[in-house]
Design a protein around this ligand. Structure first.
Ligand SMILES: Cc1cc2nc3c(=O)[nH]c(=O)nc-3n(C[C@H](O)[C@H](O)[C@H](O)COP(=O)(O)O)c2cc1C
Length: 473
């Protein structure tokens, strides 16, 4: 079983966390004069963003939804998300990737796609195509989706039950592995002029998968790409979600506002992965963090306070409705959620309290909940000078043993530009910044797991590896 590096020697993984929408985790901030994310429809927006991130972040990570947040203020109500552009409108995150790949050298691209609503055959083809076009720099964030509105968009009367979504996901991944790892032998493409053969006739086969949820004959339509299976991300938080993630994921996002909760989660997840025979060096753990950094603590705090004046609190409460299934519209503005309301809200409120110094005496009303969510959503925040932010991040790494961060923004891409300008030099001086120059020409898998561990393909302990069809077979 592999060991993991000690926090001091570890180079951190840094992802920029975003969405193909005018706002991601900060509804209303599209109005800020410095904000550019409303340009998400322009290819130039994406290529400019990619150039800012390349050589700094490991990946641009794009969340995605297939429905609208319609829980707040009554089932089916969509009005509250519209003014603040709360994750709506939202376009297909996979389409700008090829253009971004063309202007970058080491940046990877993590794209979210749902096993509940996609077809494994079509998804495998799309990610293979992207793996070719990015020369091995693509990752898939596997989600099972949580919005009832998505189910209704995709032909269902209601959502498939939570644990069954994970059973579907498990078979979905199995089909994808068979297609990507097992239907083309590694040396199938020969381009042999003498034999007049592009592909060797004996080296491509069907998979003939007939399972409970999917029937796929194969073969996979496109020849093997560098990674075959895209690098796999997951972020399940439930029991079924964690079991799925620790089996399949190569990197996991760990949600959580509080260091103690995340530390416990890290231990749980690593234990579950080890029980499934996974090498722990092949599973990286990433925490979410909103970073607002500036030349001094005062300037960063001033910036945060100014951002807050643009926040659309109704949009944040609408997001909360979709994330938790809880409609806060039914509560009065001054109800104290520490003591009233569903357990899900009380537990979120108590996590927040623990992270916010001096919050003990403050009443956790609906407005307060909305303000806490307004910038960064359910992620912890690091606000301050480069030194202050780096200290916060170092504490997280030291105390939770996470491998890195999904950095989110309120104003995009300005807050990410500030990370590059202020924070990254500080991380370099502390010896925790990775080596993006060495990463050029390497795959996502090599850059996340390290070239000592990975040759760019699924590692031998991964459940998809059993389908590999090697030239020597
Ligand atoms: C940091 C983070 C990012 C996520 N991003 C998405 C996303 O973009 N789209 C989505 O449908 N679900 C997303 N999820 C949700 C899930 O990955 C998961 O499918 C959902 O939480 C339901 O599973 P669970 O009950 O095991 O958590 C995200 C979760 C976390 C913690």
């Amino acid at each position: 079983m592999g060991t993991f590096s000690t926090p001091t020697s570890k180079k951190w993984i840094l992802n920029a966390f975003s969405m193909s929408s005018p706002t991601h985790v900060a509804p209303g901030l599209w109005r800020h004069p410095r904000n550019q994310t409303h340009r998400y429809k322009e290819i130039g927006y994406w290529t400019e963003l990619a150039k800012i991130l390349d050589g700094n972040f490991h990946a641009l990570f794009l969340a995605d939804m297939l429905g609208i947040y319609d829980v707040y203020k009554g089932p089916g109500n969509i009005k509250e998300v519209l003014p603040g552009a709360a994750q709506f409108p939202i376009s297909d995150p996979s389409l700008p990737i090829a253009a971004m790949a063309a202007v970058t050298k080491s940046l990877s691209f993590g794209i979210t796609a749902s096993t509940t609503y996609e077809s494994p055959f079509l998804l495998a083809r799309r990610y293979s195509t992207l793996d070719h076009l990015t020369n091995g720099r693509v990752a898939w964030n596997v989600v099972t989706s949580y919005l009832e509105s998505a189910a209704k968009n995709l032909g269902l009367e209601q959502e498939i039950s939570h644990d069954e979504r994970y059973q579907i996901a498990d078979e979905f991944l199995d089909v994808v592995y068979q297609l990507l790892e097992g239907s083309w032998r590694d040396d199938a493409v020969i381009l042999d002029n003498d034999l007049k053969s592009y592909t060797h006739p004996d080296r491509v086969r069907r998979i003939n998968h007939k399972g409970k949820y999917f029937q796929v004959a194969g073969p996979h339509l496109i020849e093997p790409s560098r990674q075959r299976t895209p690098f796999i991300f997951q972020a399940g938080t439930s029991k079924a979600g964690k079991a799925f993630a620790t089996k399949h994921a190569e990197a996991m996002f760990l949600p959580g506002m509080h260091i103690d909760a995340v530390r416990k989660n890290v231990l749980d997840v690593r234990q579950s992965a080890a029980e499934q025979g996974r090498n722990l060096d092949g599973l990286k753990l990433i925490a979410g963090m909103l970073v607002i950094v500036d030349a001094t603590d005062e300037l960063a705090q001033k910036k945060y306070d100014e951002y807050l004046s643009y926040a659309d609190l109704e949009g944040s409460l609408a997001l909360f409705g979709g994330w938790t299934g809880q409609d806060l519209g039914a509560y009065a503005d001054d109800d104290n959620f520490e003591f009233t309301g569903p357990g899900a809200i009380q537990s979120i409120v108590s996590s927040w309290r623990a992270t916010i110094p001096g919050s003990e005496g403050i009443k956790w009303t609906k407005k307060r909940v909305a303000q806490e969510l307004a910038l960064g959503g359910p992620h912890p925040r690091a606000i301050g000078s480069a030194k202050t932010v780096a200290d916060i991040l170092e504490k997280w790494v030291a105390e939770t043993d996470v491998d890195g961060f999904n950095v989110s923004y309120a104003v995009g891409p300005g807050d990410l530009e500030d990370v590059v300008k202020y924070l990254i030099p500080e991380l370099k001086s502390r010896g925790v910044f990775w080596d993006p120059t060495a990463a050029e020409g390497r795959t996502t898998r090599e850059n996340y797991l390290g070239v000592d561990f990975s040759d760019g393909r699924l590692s031998s302990d991964h459940p998809g590896a059993k389908y590999k069809w090697k030239a020597s077979d």
